[in-house]
Design a protein around this ligand. Structure first.
Ligand SMILES: *Cc1c(COP(=O)(O)O)cnc(C)c1O
Length: 394
């Protein structure tokens, strides 16, 4: 039986999703839509994808029982170590998969958007691996803020194009990428999260589903049961959460917790807690929940973490929110910083700032002694060291 968390044939999760695209992109999007499931499910793709995930990315990532963190919170807390992937986060699961799909479709030119540069680096990496032409769109302000990632992308052979419109950040980079795509419809748009027009959200979710696929057998090995009581993941666009939730969405006894960035506070005017502040609208080709003003103009989101600083969530997450299948919580900059310091001190793991938001809800939860939780450790904190140093606890 088909899960209600799979999109219908038009790419809708409940009322969310679809493909709101200009006429010129239709053939390109349709080509992908007609082929992506068949490609992903083919033996040839699975063999190549799994082999690259194993030998290039370093999968399976460990499921680590965090003993001291568990003692502190009085529950059984496991960390799914996506931070140990090549390039430092879960993003590469998706870029490896999409580059193989692009190749099967005969595409030679890849474009991508990036905010903090993590998805740009993951895309430039697989383009180098496959010898494909790579152009990454990035907001002018982000180019200044994220110099090391810009240098990485260039070293990997990618062309980095500055988006100079609007706030000169991620949403503007995405607009530029879409504009370029319309002018060059033969290019393959390698989207970095479960966002954009159908079939991108579903395709990215399927490529990140490896996270929960591994969690199942790893939990079985460690606890005797495939299902935890609770899974916690941070949400920017929603790809790491989609991957961590994927194989559990129909198991209603598994509590799913999505954590958004509250910035300076949900109602401070400086926040990225989309589900709390947003309304139904269309952004980047899909109907979802997004932060907008009374005229339907996108409201600038804010978070200390660049990866969570997005004004929408993917349509699957809008549906998980509306249907109450997932519980949406949030964490402020300050709470995330405290959680990052805590994990570093008691487990010796420096998490990405994005990931720290997921950890930051632990003190807000009423945990039971025998409760089994998995926190998806989406990325490592090396890229955030300058922020961590600036806020170093006295
Ligand atoms: C990009 C990023 C995120 C946010 O993106 P999702 O699509 O919501 O997963 C979270 N964590 C890390 C480490 C990231 O790099």
């Amino acid at each position: 039986m088909k899960s209600k968390f799979q999109p219908d044939k038009n790419g809708y999760f409940g009322q969310f999703g679809g493909a709101f695209i200009p006429e010129l992109l239709y053939p390109n999007v349709k080509e992908l839509e007609d082929n992506y499931i068949q490609i992903i499910e083919s033996e040839e793709f699975q063999k190549e994808y799994k082999s690259l995930l194993k030998d290039y990315v370093g999968r399976p990532t460990p499921l680590y029982f965090a003993k001291r963190l568990s003692e502190k919170y009085g529950a059984h807390i496991y960390l799914k170590r996506e931070d140990l992937n090549h390039t430092g986060a879960h993003k590469v699961n998706n870029t490896v998969g999409q580059i193989l799909i692009a190749k099967k479709l005969g595409k030679t030119k890849i474009i991508a958007e990036t905010g903090a540069g993590q998805h740009g680096v993951a895309t430039a990496t697989v383009c180098a691996l496959m010898g494909l032409d790579c152009t990454v769109f990035m907001g002018e302000i982000d180019i200044e803020r994220q110099a090391p990632n810009v240098a990485r992308m260039k070293m990997l052979g990618a062309k980095v194009v500055a988006a100079t419109s609007g706030s000169k950040t991620l949403k503007d980079a995405t607009n530029e990428a879409i504009r370029y795509w319309i002018q060059n419809p033969e290019t393959f748009y390698l989207i970095g999260s479960v966002v954009g027009p159908h079939p991108h959200p579903d395709m990215v979710a399927r490529l990140q589903a490896i996270i929960s696929e591994e969690m199942k057998w790893q939990l079985k090995e460690k606890t005797g049961k495939e299902n935890p009581d609770t899974i916690i993941a941070c949400v920017g666009g929603g790809s790491n959460a989609a991957g961590a939730f994927y194989h559990y969405m129909d198991d209603e006894d598994v509590e799913l917790i999505a954590v958004e960035a509250a910035g300076l506070g949900v109602n401070s005017g400086e926040s990225a807690a989309t589900s709390q502040l947003g309304e139904v609208g269309i952004i980047h080709g899909s109907k979802t929940i997004l932060m907008q003003d009374e005229y339907g103009q996108i409201v600038e989101p804010y978070s200390i973490s660049a990866g969570l600083d997005y004004p929408g969530v993917g349509p699957l997450h809008a549906f998980l929110y509306e249907s109450k299948r997932a519980k949406f919580m949030n964490a402020t900059d300050k709470e995330a910083l405290a959680a990052a310091y805590e994990l570093t001190k008691i487990e010796g793991i420096i998490p990405a700032l994005e990931t720290a938001h997921a950890l930051a809800v632990l003190p807000k939860m009423k945990l039971k002694k025998d409760q089994v939780l998995v926190v998806n450790l989406s990325g490592r904190g090396d890229k955030d060291l300058s922020t961590y140093i600036k806020h170093l606890e006295k």
